[in-house]
Write a protein that binds this ligand. Structure first.
Ligand code: DP6
Length: 328
């Protein structure tokens, strides 16, 4: 009745931006990401507690934060078809939630894996991915390590909308993603609200969906061939196109800060001098650089020189997994 799991976050190379079903968290288009080590979240779930409690990074979760956890556990209970009682959940990340890199993907992947095990359900990556998706869409891509593809699916119940691993972490061990923190400020519009606003009001949204879907096969081919130049260029244009669709929303959504543009400009300049470095950008101001192990220190130096207050160097991470060390 008690289990603990740890999971890594992921960064999308082809982004997810927009839902066709808000309640089930079903996307309009497929996406592709890399699961990132060493950052991780650990979560312990125990059923049969006196009352349902959720503790995240030392504080008691309330409101929608708590609601997303308890509704995921309700799905676990119905799948287990057992009376499990209230759950106690404790979750801890080894990176601050405000670090610019969303911890929610890792947190919901760890919750899904630990919750299923605590309920006595057999390990099943597909079912864990579907479950994690209900907490936060991008979390379905953190159940497995390496390069994972979230297939949008078409079933109304979401049963075919989950992530699958395309290449394990050992496929391209020298691939690096360098996260540059240029701002820790809470963003004005959360991803969930920003993507809804884009879906509902951006005239560019249909073009975004068609383009992102068509990039998936190309991204997969570049990863298969460990083609950093091809993948880097693809990631940059995919990030720009996601932001273009958001900028065209009404009211417009601009996640970029002057510091973001300054850093991106320097990435281009360094690349023109021969260093293989590209960037991607989620719904926030902090760029993530793509490079290889031979150039990660140059990428880090660029970020610091361009004004980043913190830099996190990451490589391919492994599957979400059950661990022995319970948090209570
Ligand atoms: C820009 O997965 O955080 O990072 O499903 O509403 O919880 P919800 O959104 P979330 O959105 C991530 C958006 C993104 C792109 C990506 O990770 O693919």
């Amino acid at each position: 009745m008690k289990a603990t799991a740890r999971a890594h976050p992921n960064i999308a190379l082809v982004k997810y931006w927009g839902k066709r079903d808000e309640a089930l968290v079903l996307p309009h288009q497929s996406s592709l990401s890399l699961t990132l080590a060493p950052l991780q979240v650990t979560t312990t779930v125990e059923f049969g507690a006196a009352s349902e409690t959720v503790e995240i990074n030392g504080h008691v979760a309330k409101g929608s934060e708590r609601e997303r956890v308890t509704s995921l556990l309700a799905t676990v209970r119905s799948e287990a078809q057992r009376t499990l009682g209230p759950a106690r959940v404790v979750s801890r990340g080894d990176f601050p939630a405000s670090a610019g890199l969303a911890s929610s993907a890792a947190a919901f992947a760890a919750l899904a894996v630990a919750g299923r095990a605590a309920a006595g359900l057999a390990p099943d990556a597909r079912r864990a991915s579907i479950l994690a998706r209900q907490g936060s869409g991008s979390a379905c891509r953190s159940v497995e390590g390496g390069f994972c593809e979230w297939q949008r699916g078409s079933a109304a119940d979401g049963s075919d909308s989950f992530a699958v691993q395309r290449f394990g972490p050992g496929h391209w061990p020298g691939f690096r993603m360098v996260v540059a923190i240029v701002s820790r400020a809470e963003k004005d519009v959360k991803s969930r609200d920003g993507m809804r606003q884009t879906v509902e009001t951006s005239p560019y949204y249909p073009a975004w969906c068609a383009d992102a879907e068509s990039e998936i096969a190309r991204a997969r081919a570049f990863i298969a061939g460990r083609d950093l130049e091809g993948l880097g260029a693809l990631c940059e244009r995919n990030a720009w196109r996601m932001h273009a669709s958001a900028l065209a929303a009404d009211p417009p959504l601009c996640y970029l800060l002057p510091e973001t543009l300054r850093l991106i400009q320097q990435v281009r300049e360094l690349r023109q001098k021969g260093t293989p470095v590209w960037f991607t950008l989620d719904a926030g101001p902090n760029p993530v650089l793509l490079t290889d192990v031979a150039h990660e220190l140059s990428a880090e130096a660029l970020c610091l020189a361009a004004g980043a207050t913190e830099v996190v160097r990451c490589g391919p991470g492994s599957d979400a997994a059950l661990v022995e060390d319970a948090l209570f």
